[in-house]
Ligand binder design. Structure first.
Ligand code: N2P
Length: 363
């Protein structure tokens, strides 16, 4: 009996140690940012298991990275200004491109855009890019504001008369300091990257004016709420609004969700992949990044998440309705109105962060 127990114990230990030896990669990504089958397909293709965690704010990732020992092998910050300051702080490993044979599929123009933040593209691999605009329920907005509601303008949100009326059907803002300030500044005709404290004060006054009419600040909850008709206007990321539209259609709900890029302009951002300097499994990190650089893989992701990818060889593989959707791949004249966030001096950044906390808590 005793030897039987010993044998069972031995077998169990062996099984556990086999499991512990199986290759694994720890990934920390934005929510709603891969296709339903991407992670399972990666494991089938490579034999590498994935521990996959998600966040919905750059600040959440950044706090972990600065604390160190995240245990993550691949992370997905926005390039400007977040990943830029992570590079400066020595948080990322420089890339060994020989381990990324699929790197050649990347679009040169996107890599060039990243060079301002990452000279020689040493640390960052572009993953997806998009814009931040307005998601709205066309029926509800029309019911509340009439047929000539300014759905193509930030006035929909920042004109307090509109915001007040929309509060009855649900107006929501991103919990994203950079994006909310940028939208308010653009509406005021100011530079979204301003370092002028008078501009920031003016934006703060504007945001505080509509603050009483904002149902909540959150950066992913609006996807379902818009799809279910629980809210009518959301300041949101392009692909997330479009996923909301798709979810409504799939659920057979006649909720007409529309994505609008305001005529005054909007933020364009690029999210990237990077390997933390203390990543426990760098080899598996390369395998994961290289997999996402495969044109077929990334086309499948874009078809699902409705964000544009920077992979030149994936474009031909996209569903035509995705490739031709101006909300995903904006035409040149719209792209001219897009602004890429810059890093701003620490003093100004601290002012914005402090002010943002006060805005949200209403103090
Ligand atoms: C993914 C949102 C990513 C957009 N759900 C913010 N960069």
């Amino acid at each position: 009996m005793r030897s039987l127990l010993l044998l069972i114990a031995l077998l169990l230990t062996t099984a556990v140690s086999f499991a512990a030896d199986a290759p694994v990669v720890h990934v920390y990504n934005w929510s709603d940012y891969v296709a339903e089958d991407t992670i399972d397909n990666f494991t089938s293709a490579t034999g590498i298991n994935v521990v996959y965690d998600v966040y919905d704010a750059n600040e959440t990732l950044e706090a972990k990275l600065f604390a160190g020992r995240t245990g993550y092998d691949v992370v997905f910050p926005s390039a400007h200004p977040f990943a830029g300051r992570h590079i400066v702080s020595g948080l990322y490993a420089s890339l060994d491109k020989t381990q990324l044979p699929n790197y050649e599929h990347l679009d040169a123009a996107l890599l060039k855009l990243l060079e301002a933040t990452d000279p020689d593209n040493k640390y960052l691999v572009p993953y997806m890019w998009g814009t931040t605009g307005i998601g709205y329920n066309a029926d509800k907005v029309k019911a509340v504001l009439g047929a000539d509601a300014p759905v193509n303008s930030w006035a929909l949100i920042f004109d307090r008369h509109n915001a007040e009326k929309l509060s009855s059907c649900g107006l929501v803002l991103l919990d994203d300091e950079q994006e909310v300030f940028a939208a308010a500044l653009i509406y005021l005709g100011k530079d979204a990257n301003t370092t002028n404290s008078a501009d920031i004060d003016a934006a703060t006054v504007l945001i505080n004016e509509i603050r009483p009419f904002v149902r909540y600040f959150h950066s992913s909850q609006y996807i379902n709420d818009l799809a279910n008709g629980d809210i009518c206007v959301a300041h949101g990321y392009s692909g997330d609004v479009l996923q909301s539209r798709d979810r409504a259609a799939e659920a057979g709900q006649k909720v007409p969700v529309v994505y609008s890029l305001p005529k005054e302009g909007a933020v364009m951002w690029v999210d990237v992949m990077a390997i933390p300097i203390d990543a426990p499994h760098p080899q598996q990190a390369y395998a994961f990044i290289n997999y996402l650089l495969d044109p077929h893989v990334i086309a499948n992701v874009t078809n699902y998440v409705a964000y544009a990818n920077p992979n030149k060889d994936a474009t031909a593989l996209l569903n035509a309705d995705i490739r031709e959707d101006a909300g995903i791949y904006p035409p040149a004249e719209v792209r001219q109105r897009l602004v890429v966030p810059h890093e701003i001096p620490n003093k100004v950044q601290r002012l914005k962060t402090r002010t943002w906390t006060r805005i949200k808590t209403g103090h």
